[in-house]
Design a protein. Structure first.
Lengths: 187, 87
């Protein structure tokens, strides 16, 4: 439960089954259970770490290559925490690949971090979406460091290595695209 | 004297806020309280539950309504925190 339905400020891929209002904003959930979880401790879901340094990591791709966030210093990075059991995450892969391809020459990269350890499923999903950006295997330390408590979780990191903003998926798409453009245009 | 201290400690312990699920269960009519929010009554277990509710009525009224919805549907709310791993 709650694996894929974080609090979203807008309708996403999944049908909305419940809504809640907190501090004047409306949030959408794919189940009443998720709404209950959210209302018990909303601040745990609404993480505000914008402007703080993105925690560094060193993770492996499924073919054993080590990749660290530091490898991307000076670039704008969109970290995509996802899993094959999260339908909105899988559905977003082609668009993330398109973003990666479109802005790659301007110092932008998507980096996928999957919490899924099933290599075959991951490779099937990324193969279908023709993903060329790195897909890393998350460790509990990394997703704890990034406070990922719902999927999808997209975290935009600026050229200075600081977190610009977090996004919850499709509902935040337009805001995310605008922010990516702004970040890429910032020297 | 020791008995008095024990009584005070027991009373304080009994007055500690409960989890929202427990606040909805009234086991002792004498300690139960009712709060009104948006014209709707919410019957709660005790005074700390009322204080908790009144600290953020909008949030807790939605939470109690959602818990009641789950209860009516025969789906108890999960007690564990949300997990990334599908159950």
């Amino acid at each position: 439960m709650c694996a894929v339905c974080g609090p979203r400020e807008g309708a996403g891929f999944e049908p909305v089954k419940a809504t809640a209002t907190y501090k004047g904003k409306q949030y959408f959930f794919c189940s009443v259970e998720c709404k209950v979880e959210f209302l018990k401790d909303p601040d745990a879901f609404l993480i505000t770490d914008e402007g703080k340094p993105a925690p560094d990591f060193r993770l492996k791709t499924f073919d054993g290559r080590a990749v660290s966030l530091d490898d991307y210093r000076g670039k704008v990075v969109l970290l995509d925490f996802w899993a094959t059991f999260c339908p909105p995450c899988v559905a977003a892969l082609p668009e993330l690949q398109a973003l990666h391809a479109k802005h790659g020459a301007r110092g932008f990269s998507v980096v996928g971090v999957t919490v899924d350890d099933r290599a075959a499923l991951v490779q099937k999903a990324t193969g279908r979406a023709k993903v060329t950006y790195p897909i890393l295997q998350a460790t509990p330390e990394v997703w704890n460091a990034y406070k990922v408590n719902a999927l999808p979780a997209l975290i935009l990191v600026g050229r200075d290595g600081r977190i610009i903003k977090r996004y919850g998926g499709e509902a935040d798409k337009q805001a995310m695209l605008a922010e990516i453009e702004r970040a890429i245009s910032t020297p | 004297m020791n008995a008095l201290v024990a009584l005070v400690l027991l009373t304080v312990a009994a007055q500690e806020p409960l989890a929202p699920e427990q606040c909805r269960i009234v086991t002792d009519a004498a300690s139960a309280v009712t709060v009104m929010h948006a014209g709707k009554p919410y019957r709660l277990a005790n005074e700390p539950c009322r204080a908790q509710f009144l600290s953020d009525p909008e949030r807790y009224s939605q939470l109690y309504d959602a818990l009641a919805e789950l209860e009516a549907a025969g789906r108890p709310a999960a007690t564990a925190r949300a997990s990334l791993v599908p159950s």
